[in-house]
Design a protein. Structure first.
Length: 202
């Protein structure tokens, strides 16, 4: 059996709390703001339900249906075992976070320098708006949610603060460069390594 996708893990985690139909799971994911931290497309929930049912990890609750005849699902013993294993793997995994903004910075030399600075400043402004929203949410819901929810919202706030600082720093430092061009100034990697005596990552 293949490994669980992030959406599968989120769906199973919701069903481990209480049986639900697909629309309830989508609401559950929205309430938990998974778009902040899991990049889960809510449109994939029904695909995940179909996949998990085929794998035998969830099952329809007999004799129970939601509005408009929606099928209600529950996690079974095998699904719970798979979920616990997946969560353990997530908790012990190496940090493999990849930031899209780093890809932008690495390739920014292909663009006009002023445009790069402008885009980074726009990014910082957009992130500040997101931070304001996150802080408002933190103030309004913190008294009403469990500690896990407080931790996730706090993590989001810290992440946004860090990303704002990075965007501002990148705009300032790239904007201040007198010479604008690729990282190794057009030289081959072998020549650059030999000239600088720098070891590359293994």
């Amino acid at each position: 059996m293949s490994r669980l996708s992030k959406t599968d893990i989120l769906v199973l985690s919701s069903l481990a709390r209480v049986p639900m139909h697909g629309y309830e799971i989508k609401l559950d994911l929205r309430f938990n703001h998974v778009r902040w931290w899991a990049r889960c497309d809510h449109g994939h929930v029904y695909t995940s339900l179909t996949r998990l049912e085929k794998k035998g990890l969830i099952e329809e609750v007999p004799g129970e249906s939601g509005p408009r005849g929606r099928r209600v699902f529950q996690i079974n013993g095998e699904g719970r075992a798979w979920l616990l294993k997946a969560l353990e793997q997530l908790g012990t995994a190496d940090d493999a976070t990849y930031f899209d903004i780093d890809l932008f910075v690495a390739g920014s030399f292909l663009m006009d320098q002023a445009q790069v600075v402008d885009l980074l400043e726009q990014r910082a402004a957009a992130l500040r708006q997101q931070l304001e929203h996150a802080l408002d949410l933190e103030r309004s819901v913190t008294p009403h949610i469990p500690e896990a929810g407080r931790l996730i919202i706090g993590h989001r706030v810290h992440h946004l603060e860090h990303e704002i600082a990075f965007a501002e720093q990148a705009a300032a430092r790239l904007g201040a460069l007198d010479r604008w061009g690729p990282l190794l100034e057009g030289r081959s990697i072998e020549d650059s390594l030999e000239a600088k005596g720098v070891a590359i990552e293994g």
